[in-house]
Design a protein around this ligand. Structure first.
Ligand SMILES: [Zn+2]
Length: 242
């Protein structure tokens, strides 16, 4: 077989092996990504609760401030009551006093209500904290497992890259550029086998003449329809496929 063609087939085979590792790598990382997404969700919920508790506390201080003002007002009324001159004045102050006392009651009830909500939110917050701890522990364990598996993949990738580099360094640069050019539009199928006398890149049938050339393999033959480099798989390639 033509040496250049042989090199192109080998380079393409190595690049295909690299590409096949991508989905494997992705599936190895998947459980870790799932846990991280879960953690983010819980963290968002946690932040939301912390924020809600803060807002509730602001509302409580507002009510407390209102109560303080109302108590000042009551003192004021008490003082005025000691200097009363008429029945009419007495009644007006009494109404004011009752109103202020009622407002204090309402504000106190509101504070109690808010405190109960805060209590519930604090419980939920503690639950989320526990959940986060558990997720973090899961992440640590999963990461150990994932890193170990990735190490194997990395080692495989390293070996393939070394082979590719060696091959490319001894290849004719023009042939390499020719291959890279086809790859720009054809991707990894830039070099593609002929099966049932058809190009497996564009699935078009090739003529008997072109097919005979591909079978001989004395030159680099490209598909007349799409331009991909064609070759006939050896028995070994076919065995590898299974
Ligand atoms: Zn084709």
């Amino acid at each position: 077989m033509n040496k250049f063609l042989e090199e192109l087939i080998e380079l393409n085979r190595l690049e295909r092996r690299l590409q096949e590792l991508e989905p494997i790598e992705k599936s190895i990382k998947a459980p870790l990504l799932r846990l991280e997404a879960k953690k983010k969700k819980v963290l968002d919920e946690f932040d939301k609760i912390v924020n809600e508790i803060r807002n509730l506390k602001v509302k409580i201080s507002q009510s407390e401030l209102l109560i303080a003002e109302l108590k000042d007002k009551l003192k004021d009324i008490e003082e005025k009551q000691s200097r009363i001159k008429s029945e009419k004045e007495y009644k007006a102050l009494q109404i004011e006093e009752e109103l202020a006392k009622e407002q204090i009651n309402v504000a106190n009830e509101e504070i109690e209500r808010l405190e109960r909500i805060i209590e519930q939110k604090e419980e939920k917050k503690a639950e989320l904290e526990k959940e986060l701890e558990k997720i973090d522990a899961d992440i640590t364990l999963t990461k150990l497992d994932v890193d170990k598996k990735l190490e194997t993949i990395e080692a495989q990738k390293k070996t393939i890259y070394e082979k590719i580099n060696n091959l490319v360094s001894q290849m004719n640069p023009q042939i390499y550029r020719f291959y890279e050019k086809i790859k720009r539009w054809a991707g990894i199928s830039a070099v593609t086998p002929v099966r049932k006398q058809a190009c497996t890149g564009c699935h078009m049938r090739i003529s008997d003449k072109v097919y005979a050339e591909v079978v001989k393999g004395e030159d680099i033959t490209t598909c007349p329809h799409c331009g991909r480099v064609l070759f006939v798989e050896s028995e070994d390639d076919l065995k590898d496929d299974k």
